[in-house]
Design a protein around this ligand. Structure first.
Ligand code: MLT
Length: 276
């Protein structure tokens, strides 16, 4: 992995493949190693930039709550460091929330969206309360209770143990401080409906047919908000399509790469300025 410094903080990322830059953000509580299949066999047409969010993997934790905006700011600092004016921006689950936060913060840098096993809705009050319970519990007792609760919901029934095991190990290796900060950050995220309704760039929405955390109905709602969005429901996958069905995911990205020209568009692909 490579590293940049954001202030005094290390921010680690993988950089593989050639073509249109595609930021891929991992979910919660994973690391960029959840993109291992994409790292070893990148899709034709994309240069994949896959960071570890603050506190996860090899990136240092920031101050306070890890909001989706703070994680998005880190990724914008990476684009600056790499002198990339824009990128296609995507992520899985919490990574999708970060992608949407980045599009709101700096729409001019977003050429397209890849939203995988995620949703555009914020937490309701009960969801926010659950996040706080998770945060307090992991800080007091470690991450194993959270991991034990998530594992039964993560994978399709047919996903083999050999695919599940490294993901479980990755989750158990994350620090309580990073997990609590991100759980509290997710609770603060906003509804992305207005943002998606104004987005006019190429958009790929992918969901596992057996995703029990962000099910296909949520993906359909999200795809329905963006004019021309492509929705793909992948069979034999739960909440982790890129991990469970890497070949299908690669094929989807390769066909999506055709939506982008050599040069970034002169105007950001929003139908109206976001602050109008
Ligand atoms: C994730 O996979 O990133 C999480 O399940 C997202 C969430 O808890 O909302």
């Amino acid at each position: 992995m490579k590293t940049i410094s954001i202030g005094a903080r290390a921010y680690a990322y993988d950089d593989v493949g050639e073509g249109v830059p595609l930021l891929l953000f991992h979910g919660f509580p994973f690391t960029s190693a959840s993109w291992a299949a994409q790292r070893s066999s990148p899709p034709r047409g994309f240069r994949l930039l896959m960071p570890d969010h603050r506190g996860f993997g090899q990136s240092a934790l920031g101050e306070g709550v890890s909001t989706m905006e703070a994680m998005a700011e880190d990724a914008l600092a990476l684009l600056d460091a790499l002198k990339l004016p824009s990128a296609v921006v995507g992520g899985l689950s919490m990574g999708g929330y970060v992608a949407l936060a980045l599009a709101r913060l700096d729409p001019g840098r977003v050429r397209g969206l890849v939203l995988v096993d995620t949703q555009s809705l914020p937490d309701d009050d009960a969801g926010k309360a659950r996040r706080e319970t998770v945060a307090t519990d992991v800080l007091a007792n470690g991450v194993n209770g959270l991991v034990d609760g998530m594992l039964p919901k993560l994978f399709a029934a047919s996903t083999p143990a050999a695919v599940r095991a490294p993901i479980e190990a990755m989750m158990r290796a994350q620090t309580p401080a990073a997990v609590a900060a991100a759980a509290r950050g997710m609770a603060t995220r906003t509804d992305a409906k207005d943002l998606l309704a104004r987005f006019a760039g190429p958009t790929l929405v992918v969901v596992g047919a057996e995703d029990a955390i962000t099910p296909p109905e949520k993906a359909k709602v999200m795809a329905g908000l963006v004019a021309g969005a492509r929705l793909e429901v992948v069979s034999g996958a739960g909440h982790l399509v890129p991990v469970e069905q890497p070949q299908a995911f690669k094929a989807l990205l390769e066909s999506f790469a055709g939506a982008f020209g050599e040069q970034p568009p002169k105007k950001p692909p929003f139908v109206a300025a976001l602050n109008e």
